[in-house]
Design a protein around this ligand. Structure first.
Ligand code: HEM
Length: 494
């Protein structure tokens, strides 16, 4: 049926790119349809309608429309679809990424100060100490003569990210770099790496999952972290007076009204507004909400950051000249003891260009999605978005559009030179989404990853191994873009 015809909107059928059967069997993902729809729409077609199982979708191609949805008329598009709607577990519905309406606004405002650069600075010490342990662990694996280690990239980077989360969120030394089988690491992997096929099915048949009470996440792992968080919170709220530098500590400070953003400039105007609203509403940050936000790190921050690092190391191995240039930059700021200073790392221009280019080519999230919560009419384009429909902004297609990027098929950090960046429409770069509901962990993810890359490049030359496929193709799975499981690289001690 042609649902969108009643609103005078062109309806596009995405099934030539991915049939319902291919999607349900996990061979393809709805985002294959995004790529197809993006190509089907003409230069001047700004959007179209699509149907995705039970969802009515408005698919956006035009960046001005994207801007209206993400910022100017955000009021109509506050919510995201709830990935965990199928779950019996109410705490999952309290994740920042799933919350809706006013409750989302309050929670976002309450936890935002914990994600400003001033607060992330607190973590730099652990990025350095974990980074050094990590580099030493890789060195121990290197062959005595050739000084080369073959590294299975994904599990290796996740040792780093696991310890960083354990330390940064829970103030807990998980020791995964030293002992890759730590129970914290096993549980983090179980929680962070969801069964893609199950997730994909749940998106199509939420009612079925609800009816049979099927959980899409690993509940045992989930309870493991809930227990750690509850105990940590109680200790910090109770007699534990030791000053800690972790997320739980900041949440306790929020609860007591002690945590403020360190320079107001760092908060977006939305966050400032929300902060004021928040005081009026007397929003109470309950232990349940804190608990849920701590677990968010695993869903929203764990595999995204690990995958980003894996893609970054792969890109540097595949482009030795870029690697060399970056190593020179990194070595200018390394301190005698092999660590890095927060401000120095943040100011490296080429490192930032390389990271942006990695995220342009390999965006962890393939779409920005917003649920329309009240009917929306955009007068210039004639676009009408009925309440209850889903707006899709295709990140990967926009990142590969020649109109915005000179050499979309190449790995070309110059796309993000200060001059090129200044010339480009900012909405053409959506790796972390945009607007009030963008990625709250962006700064944390970038600083942590930049520290990891700096430690690796200072100590190793990275090269493809015999088994590394060039060019690498990412795997597409339930709205995410993932590196291949068997990505292997050679690390040679310098
Ligand atoms: C390279 C790593 C990462 C990438 C590429 C990434 C990407 C994204 C994207 C595309 C979104 C959707 C934004 C939108 O809808 O406009 C998002 C949301 C989110 N991210 Fe990240 N992310 C990363 C790391 C992290 C980390 C480390 C955290 C730590 C807590 C995090 C927490 C979140 C949360 C909580 C949301 C939902 C925000 C809300 O609904 O208010 N992310 N991320």
């Amino acid at each position: 049926s042609n649902y969108w015809a009643q609103y005078g909107i062109r309806q596009l059928d995405g099934s030539p790119a991915a049939s319902q059967k291919e999607i349900l069997t996990g061979v393809k993902d709805v985002t294959h349809r995004d790529t197809y729809a993006y190509q089907q729409l003409g230069e001047n077609e700004q959007f179209c309608g699509m149907i995705e199982s039970h969802l009515k979708v408005i698919f956006i191609k035009d960046l001005e429309l994207a801007k209206k949805i993400l910022i100017k008329d955000f009021d109509h598009f506050v919510d995201r679809r709830n990935f965990f709607v199928v779950s019996k577990n109410s705490v999952l519905n309290k994740l920042l990424s799933s919350l809706t309406g006013q409750e989302w606004k309050n929670t976002r405002a309450a936890v935002s100060p914990a994600f400003t650069t001033g607060k992330i600075r607190r973590y730099m010490e652990s990025f350095n100490s974990i980074g050094k342990d990590w580099v030493n662990m890789i060195k121990e694996k290197a062959d005595n003569d050739s000084k080369t280690a073959k590294v299975n990239v994904l599990p290796t980077v996740s040792q780093f990210t696991t310890d960083v989360i354990a330390q940064g969120v829970f103030g807990f030394d998980a020791g995964t770099v030293r002992n890759p089988n730590s129970s914290f690491a096993r549980m983090a992997n179980r929680l962070g790496n969801m069964n893609q096929w199950k997730v994909s099915l749940s998106l199509h048949f939420p009612k079925f999952f609800q009816f049979f009470g099927i959980d899409i996440i690993d509940m045992e792992a989930f309870r493991f972290f809930q227990t750690i968080v509850s105990q940590g919170l109680q200790a910090r709220l109770g007699g534990d007076t030791e000053k800690r530098n972790d997320f739980l500590q900041m949440m306790v400070e929020v609860k007591k009204g002690e945590l403020k953003a360190d320079g107001n400039d760092e908060l977006s105007s939305f966050e400032k507004d929300a902060e004021i609203k928040n005081e009026n509403k007397q929003f109470v940050l309950t232990d349940d909400i804190i608990n849920a936000q701590s677990v968010t790190f695993f869903f929203a921050g764990f595999s995204t950051t690990g995958n980003f690092l894996a893609f970054a190391l792969y890109s540097l191995a595949a482009y030795p000249d870029i690697q060399e240039k970056l190593r020179e930059e990194v070595r200018k700021i390394v301190k005698k003891d092999g660590t890095f200073n927060y401000d120095d790392v943040s100011q490296l221009v080429y490192l930032d260009m390389v990271c942006c280019e990695v995220l342009r080519k390999f965006p962890a999230g393939l779409r920005v999605e917003r649920m329309c919560t009240k009917d929306y009419k955009e007068p210039e384009s004639g676009m009408f978005v009925p309440k209850g429909s889903l707006v899709v902004i295709p990140i990967k297609s926009i990142h590969n559009d020649k109109r915005y990027y000179e050499k979309p098929d190449e790995f070309y950090p110059e796309h993000f030179s200060p001059e090129n960046k200044a010339k480009r429409n900012p909405y053409a770069y959506l790796a972390f989404g945009q607007g009030p509901r963008n990625c709250i962990g962006m700064r944390l993810a970038l600083v942590q990853s930049k520290a990891a890359i700096a430690h690796v490049l200072h100590n190793f030359r990275i090269e493809p191994s015999e088994t590394t496929k060039i060019p690498m193709e990412g795997k597409i799975g339930s709205l995410q873009y993932l590196p291949p499981d068997d990505l292997e690289l050679k690390f040679t001690v310098l």
